[in-house]
Write a protein that binds this ligand. Structure first.
Ligand SMILES: Cc1cc2nc3c(=O)[nH]c(=O)nc-3n(C[C@H](O)[C@H](O)[C@H](O)COP(=O)(O)O)c2cc1C
Length: 289
């Protein structure tokens, strides 16, 4: 059983790396073979939105490390992501990687496999969207999240002094390894408001009663009982999150494929109108590509 530590920090022996390595140490103690991939070691170009992958041209045509990296990531039985919080969210390198996943086929080889998240942050209260991107990544891959840790760790290397959270991550790694072996996943992290992604961010809709989980897209109802906010998402609703197999198929059938047909229908008209936009405010110096 092979477990990957996917690291999204440039810092060598930084906080995310230290906690991630503790988790991998835990997984190793449970018999796993463990490895680290540092995303920042790879040349990952930005998705250019060319949409060639939507016309069936796969793998992505861009010349960089992405395709090889993705195949390597697919080969593991579980993934633990270690990442710092940057600007209350995840760092750009993770988004760069995730944007390129638009070219993925379906189903994804990681479907149903266990995963876990370790996010480190430096300023208390400055981590509102810490889990948003990582949750989307695991949901998109159809992975089952075993645990999530959000750890305060301010200066470079603070994690090396934090034995309590090292122990927490070690246990996380053991749990991931056990889940990978048995196929049984029980969520051990802090429960959130959303029953699918366990985040606590909700968006209030115009009727001021309905709320939506921005990550999963499931709708619930908000009430206040004895001064306490309660949000009810029905079990049925929780089955139809935007990353559920059924919704994903619908997305491809009605958005991606119909979008492609619409594109072909008015291709010539589009081309004719394009010229006007090309000339207006065209850069004076030739930009790369
Ligand atoms: C560019 C940058 C942005 C950051 N933004 C935040 C932030 O919004 N909230 C926060 O709590 N910490 C922020 N931090 C602090 C890091 O999250 C923190 O130091 C973390 O432990 C770094 O992990 P690392 O050592 O694995 O890179 C930021 C750090 C950098 C370098």
């Amino acid at each position: 059983m092979k477990i990957l530590g996917l690291l999204a920090s440039y810092r060598r022996q930084g906080n995310s790396e230290v906690f991630l390595k503790e988790a991998l140490r835990g997984a190793e103690e449970e018999g796993a073979e463990v490895e680290i991939i540092r995303l920042t070691n790879y040349h990952i170009r930005s998705c250019t939105g060319c949409a060639r992958c939507h016309t069936g041209q796969n793998p992505c045509h861009l010349k960089d490390d992405f395709n090889g990296l993705l195949q390597r990531v697919y080969s593991y039985d579980a993934i633990i992501l270690g990442s710092p919080v940057y600007y209350i969210s995840a760092p750009a390198v993770l988004k760069l990687f995730m944007d390129r996943l638009v070219c993925e086929g379906y189903p994804i080889p990681l479907y149903g496999k266990p995963g876990a998240l370790i996010m480190t942050y430096g300023n208390r209260g400055f981590h509102s969207y810490a889990f948003t991107l990582p949750n989307s990544l695991f949901l998109k891959w159809g992975m089952k999240v075993v645990d999530r840790a959000l750890i305060h760790s301010a200066s470079p290397g603070d994690a090396m002094m934090d034995e309590m959270n090292q122990a927490r991550c070690l246990e996380m790694g053991k749990a991931v390894a056990r889940a990978a072996t048995t196929g049984k996943v029980t969520y051990l992290g802090e429960p959130g408001i959303c029953p699918v992604c366990n985040d606590s961010i909700i968006r209030i809709l115009k009727d001021r009663k309905t709320v939506i989980c921005p990550t999963c897209g499931i709708r619930g109802h908000l009430t206040v009982v004895n001064g306490e906010i309660k949000v009810l998402f029905t079990e049925e609703e929780a089955k139809h999150g935007r990353y559920s197999a059924e919704q994903w198929l619908q997305h491809h059938t009605y958005h991606v494929e119909l979008g492609r047909e619409w594109f072909m229908v008015n291709k010539d008209d589009r081309k004719a109108r394009r010229a006007g936009y090309q000339k207006y405010l065209a850069p004076k110096v030739q930009e790369a590509e």
